[in-house]
Design a protein around this ligand. Sequence first.
Ligand code: DGJ
Length: 556
Amino acid sequence: MNRNSHALLIACLLTLAGWGTTGIQAAEPQNTPADLFVLGGELSNSAATSVEDIDEVMPRMKALGLNTVLVPAYWELMEPQEGHFDFTLIDRTIEQARQLQLKVVFLWFGAWKNSMSCYAPLWFKQDTKRFPRARTQYGKPLEIATPFSEQVFQADNKAFEALVKHISQTGSDVVTMIQVENEIGMLEDARDHSKLANEVYQKGVPQELVSYLKKNQKTLHPWLKARFDAKGKTWTEVFGDDIYTDEIFMAYYYAKYVGRLCETALRYTQMPLYVNAAMNSRGRQPGQYPSAGPLAHLIDLWHCGAPQLLCLAPDIYDTGFKGWANQYALQNNRLFIPESRCCENSGARALYAFGEHRALGFSPFAIDQASPSETESVTKAYNLLRQVYSLNSPLTSWGLLFDQEDKERIINDGDMVITCRHYFTLPWDPRATNGSVWPEGGAILLKLGNNEYLLAGTGVVVAFASAYEKAHEQQQLLGEDGFVVAGSPSSISHLPSAIFKGSRKGIASVDEVTIDKQGKMHRLRRLNGDQDHQGRHARIACGEWRILHVRLYDYN
Ligand code: DGJ
């Protein structure tokens, strides 16, 4: 893989792609490394708990076409006895990755994993006097260590420090990022009601937080901005009297805890650090979902408490992939998706994330346990992305992602109007109309120059028109032979407004290409006639994964 050209492409995307169709022009987050390009896969939770399993799984990850494997680092196995560290699993992961020319992102399963302290060693779990627990408002202790205990922090921090130090000494050529904890958040209640937590809560909102929010008022997340009243002193005076204020309180202190861990790590490495979040989905309330995790609406609390973080990363399992991704592709947060359900649609989603949001990475979860039909699309999409990212010219890109409900997107690119649709909007595949669930269609669309585009993906059809021509267009229903169905509005009209006075876009050529590591395109075949509907569109069928080089010309 040509890392330099990746870096150059990403740098160009950063400059030119802006914020996709959102139109937001934003300053780049300060600490974004230019060359992060994670074609990832996250191992299932217990996949790296023995040397044998690591040896078995890592080559399989290579064969799937990943460039990065996200691997847990388990506190309980790393420090089974207090103060005695065992890096066997970490070392084996690094050795395997090095041999296979893979990169690794380690996930610190430390004090919290999916809210719980299940990966803390037993000596920690059993000693609740030294390492007190979070409690519900009814006093029920949880298997969640309280972040308000200095002993909890010191124990977690000591192990995290040992891990980062070890990685910096033995694996800095392989390890590209570290995830700090895993899906932090309070469950069963919106906030911790332990004695330590209540003492902190009673002190009111720290001046540091009020000053931060005042200073950054212009860029605050609208949700927080609407709640924030700088004149107050107590948590409810400043943020309102409801359950979300409990979440805000908790988010600030979780973030401060993480910020201290980041400070520790930065003593040994400049490696990017990030946190991942379980989504606040399905109409749940804080505490029903992991309250106070690194969620989009809490981003300012997290930025205030842990400014060292590269990004807040969404774990997207819910329906509505695009909507969740859009929430985390913010002007002050680059999109990185460390977990997403591994399924037949994963590949299409990856193309969307990179194309639309120039994501830092994408990674289906438990990819080691997925079936070949589930991993196939990932392999195919990553193969396309690798090729596209080796182009080294400045590019603007868009991401396409379609399903049965959301099947069309119109892109306005200067005078060019690009109508992008799901492949099944064409009548040529029986699955389009026979009641089958449509597989998602996804692609990255890149502008190579005037009248020149690259379409890399699956299950999409793209037509090009001048703005004038598009405005003049009438919807017509096509039969499977490509001709207009009788009774559909005809383009033959005798109204004066039907007189055509502008220019049109025609297809000069559609070539299926490959792109080599130096960024040079090679034509595999010319697609004309039936394959571009006699010059009307460029398309990639569902189940096919292709790169099409499309050239247009103007005529009148
Ligand atoms: C999200 C967690 O981060 C993962 O470790 C795993 O538990 C998945 N959920 C399971 O769906």
